[in-house]
Design a protein around this ligand. Structure first.
Ligand code: MN
Length: 492
């Protein structure tokens, strides 16, 4: 396994015109705490509400309103920190991060600066087709979200929706330990898997409750760190990879032409697949952080932390190890099936009492393939674990062959009914009646007499006859029985 200080593998370097370049990537993930109320007020946080219907006087920053810490959010921060194998700080503090923006009525964001609730940690990621890599966690701090400016409702006015104002976010900051777009997306996927398993964040990137800011710089291997650019608010794994690829290439082109990189915040335009300048990047001191005088520091005890630790559910890494030992499936399968909680739960229901490897193959191949193609999440799959299990049982007891099962599965996806129902309706049961198979075999031999005579000298010709018989039976003949009968009749 590589460590964080590993020498970047050659394949991770983007080739420039003259030199190879190394991409250095660090991520800040904003994960919305799965809390029904906000960090400093009792206003609800439900997604999709009418604009400005979930705004308390605190969230609207009316004069004289005072924030009150939501203890549930503190607990979720600690839980997540434990899930990241990170140091939990018994003392932490909220600070004001001052800046003006129309969707920030307070004129500052309450965040944690000097004393975050969670310190350093580390997680292991495995990018697709890559080796396991340890990525350091720098910190996790709690902060409130801002509202949202809406620019596209009117050509000459901007509206503000404060529903998100004050919603609790966990900002998870990684060390700059990633070296390729694939590692970056694997990291986000791992974090999402962890927070979902913990239940501290829904991890729904489309709804924006988990989004990533990606810091990208390039350097000559072993050289000094380059100037970085921050790509803001990217909300899908694919866009993360696209944005990094584009941005690294952009920086390399500038450097190779003798230019310099400006430190800035950039937007990724997912329609065009490119990044563009949003604003020049501020440094921390630009925000004039200071302790929020309306809030006391957070002091928690080790006993409180230990209590939370004792209640942690099984996390993806532990589940992966258990799948390998309990179901005897390869590590690769186990990793994919434990990438998030829903997949792991589905698999466990499916594999129980069945061939665990066949269950894994069906999920990772046929099911995920179909869902991906249709752009559907596993939770919304038209074929649930019971329905797929019914199909696997028909394969298991040899009622249908694996090949016929693929066709049945297509019909199940199309909503034509359950596996038993379709097999019954379409007459797909495997023919094991040797008399019936013999009849087909005889017909096929009669129609191919010339070939049949050659089987004794060329046993491989049996394959041709198996194919013909299967075809003639509409794929329903039991292949084993077909083989046996053919060999008996033709020798071979
Ligand atoms: Mn932040």
């Amino acid at each position: 396994m590589f460590t964080a200080e590993r020498v970047a593998d050659k394949k991770d370097w983007l080739s420039g015109r003259d030199h190879d370049w190394e991409i250095i990537i660090g991520l800040e993930i904003h994960a919305q705490v799965a809390s029904n109320s906000k960090l400093f007020s009792g206003a609800p946080t439900a997604y999709g509400a009418e604009p400005n219907t979930q705004v308390s006087l605190v969230d609207a920053a009316m004069p004289g309103m005072l924030p009150v810490v939501n203890e549930f959010c503190i607990e979720q921060g600690v839980r997540t920190g434990l899930g990241l194998n990170a140091k939990i700080n018994l003392f932490s503090r909220f600070d004001r991060k001052n800046y003006f923006y129309p969707d920030l009525p307070q004129g500052y964001q309450i965040s944690q600066f000097e004393f975050p609730i969670v310190g350093e940690g580390e997680i292991e990621i495995t990018p697709e087709d890559g080796e396991a890599v340890v990525v350091g966690i720098e910190r996790l701090h709690l902060e409130q979200d801002a509202g949202k400016s809406i620019h596209d409702l009117s050509p000459n006015e901007t509206y503000v929706d404060l529903n998100r104002s004050g919603v609790c976010l966990m900002e998870i900051v990684s060390k700059p330990d990633m070296r390729s777009p694939e590692e970056a997306s694997a990291y986000v996927e791992k974090i999402r898997g962890i927070v979902r398993a913990l239940g501290t964040c829904d991890g729904d990137m489309e709804k924006g409750n988990l989004r990533a800011d990606v810091n990208v710089s390039v350097r000559k291997p072993g050289g000094e760190l380059g100037t970085r650019c921050e790509l803001k608010n990217i909300n899908s794994m694919r866009f993360i990879r696209q944005a990094i690829n584009y941005e690294a290439r952009r920086q390399i082109d500038i450097l190779e032409a003798g230019g310099e990189i400006d430190q800035e915040t950039r937007l990724f335009d997912n329609a065009k697949g490119e990044t563009r300048t949003m604003r020049s990047k501020e440094d921390a001191h630009d925000y004039r952080y200071f302790p929020d005088p309306d809030l006391l520091p957070i002091k928690i005890t080790q006993a409180y932390v230990d209590g939370i630790k004792a209640s942690l559910p099984e996390l993806p890494d532990a589940r992966k190890a258990r799948f390998v030992s309990e179901y005897s499936i390869p590590e690769y399968d186990a990793r994919i099936l434990t990438a998030d909680k829903a997949k792991g739960d589905f698999y466990e229901r499916l594999a129980k009492g069945r061939d665990a490897k066949i269950a894994a193959n069906w999920m990772m191949g046929d099911l995920f393939g179909a869902l991906n193609k249709a752009g559907i999440e596993l939770d919304d799959s038209p074929v649930n674990s019971d329905a797929l299990g019914e199909l696997l049982d028909l394969i298991g007891d040899k009622t249908i062959s694996g090949k016929i099962a693929k066709g049945v599965f297509e019909k199940m996806l199309a909503g034509e009914g359950g596996a038993n129902e379709i097999v019954e309706r379409d007459g797909l049961k495997q023919v094991t009646d040797t008399g019936a198979i013999e009849k087909i075999v005889d017909e096929v031999i009669a129609a191919n007499a010339e070939q049949a005579a050659k089987v004794a000298d060329n046993p491989r010709l049996i394959g041709f006859f198996v194919g013909q018989v299967m075809k003639a039976s509409g794929g329903k003949a039991n292949p084993q029985a077909v083989n046996e009968i053919l060999r008996k009749k033709l020798g071979g």
